[in-house]
Design a protein around this ligand. Structure first.
Ligand code: CTP
Ligand code: MG
Length: 224
């Protein structure tokens, strides 16, 4: 049985929205509702727990009221704290969950097929699975002054998306070991406990909406 966690408690500072980014409307629905709809449309997710900003609980519950199998909990000060709170709630709600997906509300238009592909890879025995794309830009490492240190070989670099899928015990152990650490993705915490993280091909449609440019791209590309 698979549960999904949707961290949606961020402020969206880079987007510059008036309220939380997850409540920004696109084509008639807030981003968080698009994200939840995609997860449920995959057909393999039993329950979704959304971590909402504590200031906007009621608003997010109302925005998601059309969906069965969704609960909303208050998120935390950073993404890691929000996922931790959602994980706790999900395991209380579905104690026999074996697979956990963690999916950013900001990747609102992720295709259901990608959700299935990550879930199937975990079900087939991988303890942790992330969707990735080849990096198309050349990437440099720089020092504090912005001077280039070196150029990693691009053929070994991948851009990472969500949903990220985990065996439930692996994710629980990773979060237990991570007290005090803040990570930008959940697989990063799993790497630290020495568990191998596998990759599956990502999808450009799972793009993260971070900036006003991203929102404009999503509005144009995902027009109904
Ligand atoms: N997130 C969260 N709790 C936080 C911070 C972030 O649940 N305290 C979520 C966001 O809502 C988002 C995902 O983590 O769905 C990825 O974060 P990001 O794209 O950085 O969103 P924001 O933190 O909202 O944006 P910004 O960093 O520009 O403020
Ligand atoms: Mg952020």
């Amino acid at each position: 049985m698979t549960v999904a966690l949707v961290p949606a408690a961020g402020r969206g500072e880079r987007l510059g929205s008036a309220g939380p980014k997850a409540m920004v409307f696109l084509h008639g629905l807030p981003l968080v509702a698009h994200a939840v709809r995609g997860l449920l449309a995959a057909g393999c997710v039993r329950h979704v727990v959304v971590a909402a900003p504590s200031s906007h609980q009621a608003e997010m519950i109302a925005a998601l009221s059309a969906f069965d199998r969704v609960s909303v909990v208050p998120g935390g000060a950073d993404r890691t704290a929000s996922v931790r709170l959602a994980l706790h709630a999900a395991l209380e709600h579905v104690p026999d969950a074996r697979i956990v997906l963690v999916h950013d509300a900001a990747r609102a238009f992720t295709p259901p097929a990608l959700v299935r592909s990550v879930t199937e890879a975990v079900a087939a025995g991988a303890p942790a699975v992330i969707p990735v794309l080849p990096v198309t830009d050349t990437v440099k490492r720089v020092d504090g002054a912005g001077v280039v240190l070196d150029t990693p070989d691009r053929t070994h670099l991948r851009a990472v998306q969500t949903p990220q899928g985990f065996d439930v015990d692996v994710l629980r152990r990773a979060y237990e070991a991570a007290s005090g650490t803040v990570a930008t993705d959940d697989a990063g915490l799993v790497e630290r406990i020495g568990v191998p993280v596998h990759t599956v091909p990502g999808d450009v449609a799972a793009m993260k909406i971070t900036t006003p440019f991203d929102l404009a791209v999503a509005e144009a590309v995902f027009a109904p």
